[in-house]
Design a protein around this ligand. Sequence first.
Ligand code: GDP
Ligand code: MG
Length: 164
Amino acid sequence: AKATVAIVGRPNVGKSTLFNRLVGGRRAIVEGEPNVTRDRIYGEAEWLDRTFNVIDTGGIVPRDSDEIKNKIKYQAELAMEEADVILFVVDSRTGMTGIDQEIAQLLYRTNKEVLLVVNKVEDFSNQQEISWEFYSLGFGDPILISAEHGKNTGELLEKISAEL
Ligand code: GDP
Ligand code: MG
């Protein structure tokens, strides 16, 4: 079966922007269980001679912060079940947050491959500093990208491919 990559993280870190960058126009129309699929978008990405499925999560953001946490938790759990590789996305502009640490706690329990992706890095002059900050999440060296500007996304695809 084709490998699956799931994108998880708190709202506004750039998951959907990354998803669109990875899948381009290859967004799937999925007819499935509405409760499960409504908040998840499926697409397909290609890198060199490989194709893999990509899942974007967390499209519906509840207003209440407890509800947001529950939702993220649920999405992370589904990702751990469904995906072969999990892209855990954080935001270099806001820095690390409590919710990022809670997501990390959940992801420690999986034996799936987790790649930590620091998004919104447009200025690579302080990449050492950014890497240090997020290194403490415990997933090794983060991959710094700008999903919006397509910076370093080729390297990310390469790392994903190496795990598939
Ligand atoms: P999601 O909630 O995690 O799916 O985040 P979105 O993809 O909807 O992006 C949230 C906001 O961050 C939007 O305003 C995006 O334009 C912005 N954004 C996403 N990626 C980048 C990036 O690489 N650099 C910058 N500066 N902004 C970004
Ligand atoms: Mg989104």
